[in-house]
Design a protein around this ligand. Structure first.
Ligand code: NAD
Length: 267
């Protein structure tokens, strides 16, 4: 019987490369076929680095269906659960199927320009801003109901897992990852006698669509941030955001890791 293939994706840091080499040996010794890179036939992909490495690996490999797990060699990670000194235990636990598989919900953004529609997925968030740090003005609809005319730096919409990232820095709430909701958080909203924008986050059921319709003057001077990567669109009219049916599967080896991470990182 052929040995199960396990992908190893590492960033270029010295510590990550050292960890990758230890992992490679440990996997081989336990009957697996480690593969340095991304092989579509693998049973699991292991990312080594920080949260950024996990996010990049998921995007670069087009949100694959095979499960992921992360080994954290950067600052404390929300997507990277395993510490480098736990590799031996991790490989044994994996071999003995001593883990749970959690779904990480994804955001699907449909981007409407004058002539084309684009589809993008995010694991943390999508943010619509004006280019060149200008104030942006846009109409916000939730399930086709007009909610506000927003003015400010931008609007961020995040997944539950992404709620502890840019959303939290922008004053949004922490949402437990298994709850099926979308959170919309204003970034530096203007609330004056001239412009009235909601100054707090709004949490909506995951089945709802949040539509961001920018004023015409931003159609060629906008910025869309998808998990921190910047995109510009010509003739942009509207971005529709909702929770996707597509998910990323992540192995979890500890029941408490979410709260441990939260305490370690933020308190
Ligand atoms: P990065 O690797 O420098 O990540 C930025 C920080 O965000 C890191 O400390 C990382 O651990 C943390 N992070 C990422 N996802 C997280 C999550 N789900 N929960 C808690 N912390 C999380 O930069 P990158 O690789 O480009 O990562 C992109 C992410 O950076 C974006 O998705 C966005 O959430 C975040 N970001 C944050 C701010 C901010 O807090 N003001 C601004 C821009 C981007």
């Amino acid at each position: 019987m052929s040995r199960p293939i396990i992908n190893i994706l590492s960033n270029a840091n010295f510590e990550s490369k050292k960890t990758a080499s230890t992992l490679h040996k440990e996997l081989s010794n336990n009957g697996f076929e480690p593969f340095n890179g991304f092989n579509k036939n693998a049973k699991l992909t292991i990312c080594i680095g920080g949260d950024g490495s996990f996010i990049k690996a998921v995007h670069k490999n087009d949100f694959p269906e095979m499960p992921f797990v992360g080994i954290n060699t950067g600052h404390l990670g929300f997507y990277q659960e395993i510490k480098p000194d736990e590799i031996e235990k991790f490989v044994l636990d994996y071999k003995n199927e001593n883990y749970k598989i959690n779904d990480i919900k994804l955001i699907r953004s449909d981007i409407y320009t004058k002539n084309k529609t684009y589809k993008m997925y995010s694991i943390n968030e999508v943010v619509l801003k004006a280019a060149h740090s200008k104030t942006i003005h846009m109409n916000v609809f939730i399930d086709r109901n007009h909610v506000e005319k927003f003015s400010g730096d931008g609007i961020l919409v995040c997944t539950p897992s992404g709620s502890t990232a840019y959303n939290m820095s922008s004053g949004g709430a922490i949402i437990y990852p298994s709850i099926h909701v979308l959170q919309m958080t204003p970034i530096s909203p203007v609330s004056s006698s001239a412009y009235r924008s909601l100054t707090k986050s709004v949490v909506v059921p995951g089945s709802h669509t949040i539509s961001l319709v920018i004023e015409k003057r931003y159609k060629d001077s906008n910025l869309l941030l998808v998990d921190g990567s910047e995109y510009f669109f010509n003739n942009l009219h509207r971005v529709n955001v909702r929770l996707s049916n597509k998910v990323i599967k992540k192995l979890s080896f500890s029941n408490n890791s979410y709260w441990d991470n939260l305490k370690d990182k933020f308190l």
